[in-house]
Ligand binder design. Structure first.
Ligand SMILES: [Zn+2]
Length: 408
């Protein structure tokens, strides 16, 4: 038998070893946390075909570097996700990965408050050492997210009141000397030019000016990367809505042109962005719903920052555009007559793990076969809001079902 002292010695040694391993693991994570950062550039009211026109004419070289690909906004027409193609709802979806049935920003109104988890909150809560900033030209964005500012989830909130050079300069300054892990910067002048002049040379000039400011921001980021070669920056670019044809003065409705947006990034995207579904379940709007959506931006940034998504709490409608693709085209339909919810999806990437389905945080199914559909017949009474999350390849995606009001 070992003397007690030796047993104690071994125990202490094992304890030290465990502590060392744990410390290494934690340090490893910490290093990763600080290497990965994200810059999200929002350019208001830029219509995709008009942007392509500017790019083809060589007037938008910096935007071109980010390879903008077509996407959609405004949710699905006729469903609880349908939202006006205005800036309030548009930016709320970009910054939450959710549609209006979750974020509740139904219009342009500074008194509305975001009601779902924002990108800022999820990043901030992922680590006490992570810092976020929201630098906007159109002030109501930061008003809609004032709860995040008050809670410290947005550490730096800057409202530039329509002055894009102010948002540009502040972003350049923070990239030079700041220590933010996520910066959202918003530029407004293209939308203003659209409202004042419609499509035409003035609108094209505004896109070119925005491009130059993006050039200033990307230039500051390049310098920072030279000085901090260990930092790994994801840069994303998007808009909040398109414009109404044929003249482009207005927006807010559900036409294809108003719902068409784009997403660009400085890294290779997965097939959700690069290979739109040619025959989407919902074929309206010339197949627009087969493309990525602006709800995909938030989960892409979370994926880059390595923020693990707990499927039991997941409430994001978009899918990440980098790394693995989960299920695509997820639709959830409530049938009140049979008291059931039918889930449908597409799979375009193989998976070794079973597909998992959660209903409001509870695992209800594990599917190992190649099924592309699941019918949930065990709904609670009353049905109430139900959040379905489908996980494939460790990538979750969610849909919110709300019971329609009883007919009289
Ligand atoms: Zn506008």
């Amino acid at each position: 038998m070992y003397p007690i002292a030796r047993l104690c010695g071994i125990a202490v040694l094992l304890g030290l070893l465990a502590a060392l391993l744990l410390k290494n693991m934690l340090l490893g994570d910490a290093v990763d946390f600080h290497r990965h950062k994200a810059l999200l550039i929002g350019i208001d009211g830029v219509q995709y075909e008009q942007l392509k026109h500017a790019m083809d004419a060589g007037k938008a070289p910096f935007i071109t570097q980010l390879h903008p690909a077509m996407s959609y906004t405004g949710g699905i027409i006729g469903s609880s996700t349908q939202q006006p193609t205005f800036s309030g709802p548009g930016w709320a979806t970009v910054l939450t990965g959710a549609w209006v049935n979750r974020h509740r920003i139904a219009g342009n109104n500074s008194s509305l408050r975001n009601k779902t988890d924002s990108l800022f909150k999820l990043i901030s809560l992922s680590s006490p050492t992570r810092h976020t900033a929201s630098i906007v030209s159109w002030n109501p964005i930061n008003d809609n997210f004032i709860d995040d500012i008050n809670a410290g989830f947005i550490e730096l909130g800057v409202k530039c009141g329509g002055d894009d050079q102010c948002t540009t300069d502040r972003t350049v300054q923070e990239l030079r000397t700041g220590n933010f892990d996520f910066i959202f910067v918003h530029l407004d002048q293209a939308d203003n030019a659209g409202h004042e002049n419609g499509f035409g040379p003035r609108y094209q000039e505004a896109i070119a000016r925005v491009d130059l400011q993006i050039g200033q921001i990307l230039g500051a980021l390049d310098k920072r990367k030279q000085q901090n070669p260990d930092e790994d920056w994801l840069v994303m670019l998007t808009t909040d809505h398109g414009r109404r044809p044929p003249d482009g003065y207005d927006h807010g409705e559900q036409s294809r042109s108003e719902k068409t947006t784009f997403i660009g990034l400085n890294k290779p995207a997965n097939e959700e962005l690069t290979h739109p579904i040619g025959d989407p379940f919902d074929s309206r709007l010339d197949g627009l719903y087969g493309f990525a959506s602006v709800a995909d931006i938030a989960p892409t940034i979370l994926a880059h920052l390595g923020i693990n998504s707990d499927p039991e709490r997941y409430v994001i409608d978009g899918v990440p555009l980098i790394g693995h693709v989960g299920v695509r085209q997820l639709t959830a339909t409530l049938n009140t007559a049979t008291r059931s919810v039918s889930l449908r999806w597409r799979v375009t990437e193989g998976s070794k793990q079973p597909l998992r389905i959660y209903r409001s945080g509870q695992l209800i199914a594990k599917l190992t076969d190649s099924s592309r559909e699941y019918i949930d017949t065990e709904l609670p009474q009353p049905i109430g809001p139900l959040n379905y999350t489908v996980v494939l390849n460790d990538v979750p995606v969610s849909r919110l079902i709300t019971e329609p009001p009883a007919k009289r």
